[in-house]
Design a protein around this ligand. Structure first.
Ligand code: ADP
Length: 309
């Protein structure tokens, strides 16, 4: 089983408006509410490709109930209940633009953090790969994901970690390493405190820095440029065909789903990288965030090339 972890999920509310007017009332007719958070996108995509997937994380209040009732189909849910309310994230879609209002979410008490760690540990026996995505809610220490990685390793489980900022930094600096990370250019730049380009030689140099030592897979997603990857000491460039893009939001999460699935099925390097990219592309072709249409899988898969560089 692949276990996805979403520590700060949300109810994603979208308000489409013809015109968004400030300092007055805006009335909205078509409201859509979905269970959101990067980890839930990963969950949905894994279910869509037929993998055995379960989601965990923290939920609370009536929004937590809503989230449980609106989880992706064909998935199992092992969320841990906390006192605070699951947050709302609002996207106002107007005049071709998107204005977002994101709640910070609940602050987690120390006993809730401990309770979750025990709960998470109880899920490890049935798990082979853990996919951790997104930001940490307030109240959890910066090294909370390190603790999740450590517990997973005790059970021989692999971990794909998709986060940024201090939580990623802590994971890289810790002696316990995730199996795979998937930074994009922006996250790499933030991590290193300097602008990192998409130049292959520069990426090679960057990923060879001591900060990344001990991480089996580093997959730098490059949007329409495919991906650059390091597997132990081998570097790969993934080239992808040009596609018509409907909405690339969530492509990174779909890529994480592909990496997790490939690790679970223990495929070779080329197949792992192709699966990661084909799912990112299939997501970009859809309007809905974190959703893929598997009927196009083989066609796209066969157009992806992976070469050692
Ligand atoms: P993130 O959302 O984390 O920034 P990317 O935008 O790099 O991640 O997307 C992840 C993967 O999805 C890419 O490696 C690529 O395979 C695919 N993808 C994303 N955007 C596009 C695009 N515009 N055209 C083709 N493929 C894309």
């Amino acid at each position: 089983m692949i276990l996805t972890v979403t520590m700060n999920p949300s109810i994603d509310i979208s308000y489409p408006l013809d015109v968004f007017e400030l300092d007055t009332v805006n009335r909205v007719a078509e409201v859509s509410k979905t269970a959101g958070g990067k980890g839930l996108n990963v969950t949905r995509v894994l279910a869509e490709i037929g993998d055995n997937v379960a989601g965990t994380g923290l939920i609370g209040g009536t929004n937590g109930d809503f989230l449980l009732q609106h989880l992706p189909q064909n998935t199992q849910a092992y969320f841990y209940e906390i006192a605070g309310d699951t947050r709302n994230c609002i996207a106002i879609l107007h005049e071709g633009q998107q204005t977002e209002i994101l709640e910070a979410g609940p602050t987690i008490a120390p006993e809730e953090a401990n309770g979750f760690l025990h709960h998470y540990q109880s899920l490890m026996k049935a798990t082979d790969v853990v996919a951790i995505s997104g930001s940490l809610p307030a109240g959890l220490p910066t090294d909370f994901y390190v603790q999740l990685v450590e517990i997973a390793h005790q059970f021989g489980n692999k971990v794909v970690l998709d986060c940024s900022g201090a939580a990623l930094q802590a994971a890289l600096e810790s002696p316990v390493k995730p199996t795979a990370i998937k930074p994009n250019n922006e996250e790499l730049s933030q991590l290193l405190g300097r602008e990192v380009s998409k130049d292959l030689n520069e990426l090679k140099e960057v990923l060879s820095e001591p900060l990344f030592d001990g991480i089996e897979w580093i997959i730098v997603s490059l949007g329409a440029g495919g991906a650059f990857a390091k597997h132990w000491d081998t570097f790969y460039k993934v080239d992808i065909p040009k596609i018509e893009v409907a909405n690339p939001v969530g492509s990174g999460d779909s890529t994480v789903a592909g990496i997790s699935s490939a690790l679970s099925h223990q495929v070779d390097d080329q197949s792992l990288l192709k699966k990661a990219n084909v799912l990112g592309m299939l997501n970009a072709q859809e309007k809905m965030t974190g959703h893929v249409n598997v009927s196009n899988y083989d066609t796209l898969y066969n157009q992806i090339t992976v070469k050692e560089v």
